[in-house]
Design a protein around this ligand. Structure first.
Ligand SMILES: Nc1ncnc2c1ncn2[C@@H]1O[C@H](COP(=O)(O)OP(=O)(O)OP(=O)(O)O)[C@@H](O)[C@H]1O
Ligand SMILES: [Mg+2]
Length: 247
């Protein structure tokens, strides 16, 4: 069975890309066949992983103009990668509904050979049709947030968008929780603000210079600083999530 996990928060700069990349590395280390998808038209992850002008991207796969297998890149970090490009911001659904596009995309991932255990979507920070598409595709959502009012508002807004998609036959993705990324701020007050709505994940991710530094190498902090506090926290989180998502 393929599990689809969206890393989402409508607030920008909340650690989504860092978290999606780190979890892909950690899950691959735990032996899961993992596909990391850049689901952001800004394509930061594609840039970070040094995939330049890909011949086809997630846009072509969503449009069913390219096979998933032909668009995937293998990485030295042992996960597979589906890049993005700016055309994703004006993806034309060609009269297809979000439900149809997401269902076709899920099928492509589930039926690829070899099949994936886990598909991680690095979502964009905008509130758009793309957010709806990500939530329609996902089984689970994890929301990294910087514990500020802006970050907390992004968590609540994302939750609201996801819930607005629920229908009588489809409850929408399961919200795993909000993951504090402690970029120098204390999270306790904001945690209290969110606690009635969403689970606050533990361990939180500490602030470390090693994270922005790792982006120059095109590698996750799990490989550039494997014994650092950030890498250890992401590994623990991945272990916990993989256990939970098996249920
Ligand atoms: N634990 C951390 N410690 C220090 N810096 C971090 C940490 N996590 C992320 N950062 C830095 O914070 C910035 C934003 O992180 P990231 O790109 O992962 O957020 P994002 O939510 O994907 O942003 P966007 O909304 O632009 O897609 C990056 O420069 C990243 O290197
Ligand atoms: Mg990002």
């Amino acid at each position: 069975m393929t599990i689809f996990l969206a890393i989402a928060n409508s607030a920008g700069g909340s650690g989504k890309t860092t978290t999606a990349h780190a979890l892909a590395v950690a899950c691959a280390e735990y032996g899961r066949r993992t596909l990391l998808v850049d689901f952001d038209p800004a394509a930061q992850l594609t840039y970070l992983l040094k995939v330049e002008n890909p011949r086809s991207s997630v846009v072509d796969v969503l449009r069913e103009q390219s096979y998933l297998e032909n668009s995937i890149h293998s990485t030295s970090e042992r996960f597979s990668f589906l890049p993005s490009d700016s055309r994703l911001s004006h993806l034309n659904f060609n009269k297809k509904t979000v439900a149809e596009v997401s269902s076709n995309f899920r099928k492509a991932c589930q039926e690829s050979d070899p099949t994936f255990d886990l598909v991680i979507l690095d979502c964009a920070s905008s509130v758009s049709a793309l957010s709806l598409l990500a939530f329609a595709t996902a089984d689970y959502v994890l929301t990294p947030f910087v514990p500020t009012l802006h970050g907390a508002r992004g968590v609540l807004q994302s939750l609201e968008i996801s819930r607005s998609q629920a229908t009588s036959t489809n409850a929408g993705p399961e919200w795993l929780g909000a993951l504090p990324i402690l970029m120098g701020s204390d999270s306790s007050e904001i945690d209290q603000l969110l606690a009635n709505e969403v689970k606050i994940m533990s361990p939180s991710i500490p602030k470390s210079r090693s994270v922005p530094d790792s982006s120059y190498s095109g590698k996750s902090v799990l490989n550039s600083a494997p014994q650092g506090s950030v890498a250890l926290a992401y590994r623990e989180l991945a272990y916990f999530l993989l256990e939970g998502m098996q249920d």
